[in-house]
Ligand binder design. Structure first.
Ligand code: HEM
Length: 117
């Protein structure tokens, strides 16, 4: 179970890298590129799976702070919604406006919540 949990943490961090790294890389291009969208989807899926596995293990190392997780989930859904709408607009050749920054900036906020809370 620990191996599953640690693999999920690795995927969770790679998803974060895709969103934040993608955002930093394309900021001047103003488009929500595929890695940002798939990273935002991965964060919600791997984050929820981490909570499930942590609840199943439930020892001193694996415990869930429900308030913190609820805040992270709300921010992650804002990130995902911005990425989905931004990518859809991009496919139609329309400007993504500030949606790119909402997705990238929101992911950075979630990193701060994850590490500082
Ligand atoms: C944009 C979305 C997200 C970002 C950027 C993000 C980022 C991070 C980072 C950087 C960590 C590592 C923290 C550390 O090891 O100190 C982490 C851990 C974690 N995240 Fe997220 N997260 C996001 C969404 C979510 C969501 C939606 C959930 C659950 C609903 C979630 C649940 C968790 C859990 C349970 C851990 C603990 C892993 C451990 O044992 O260290 N995350 N997250």
């Amino acid at each position: 179970m620990d191996l599953v949990y640690n693999l999920l943490v690795a995927l969770h961090l790679l998803g974060m890298a895709a969103v934040v790294g993608g955002w930093i890389a394309v900021r001047s291009g103003r488009t929500v590129v595929a890695p940002i969208l798939w990273g935002a989807r991965a964060q919600v899926v791997t984050g929820l799976a981490l909570v499930g596995v942590a609840e199943a293990i439930k020892d001193d190392e694996h415990h869930v702070n429900n308030t913190k997780i609820a805040v992270k989930l709300v921010i992650a859904l804002v990130v995902l919604t911005a990425a989905e709408i931004g990518a859809a607009r991009g496919r139609k050749g329309r400007d993504t406006g500030s949606l790119l920054d909402v997705a990238g900036g929101g992911a950075v906020v979630n990193v701060l919540v994850a590490t500082l809370w």
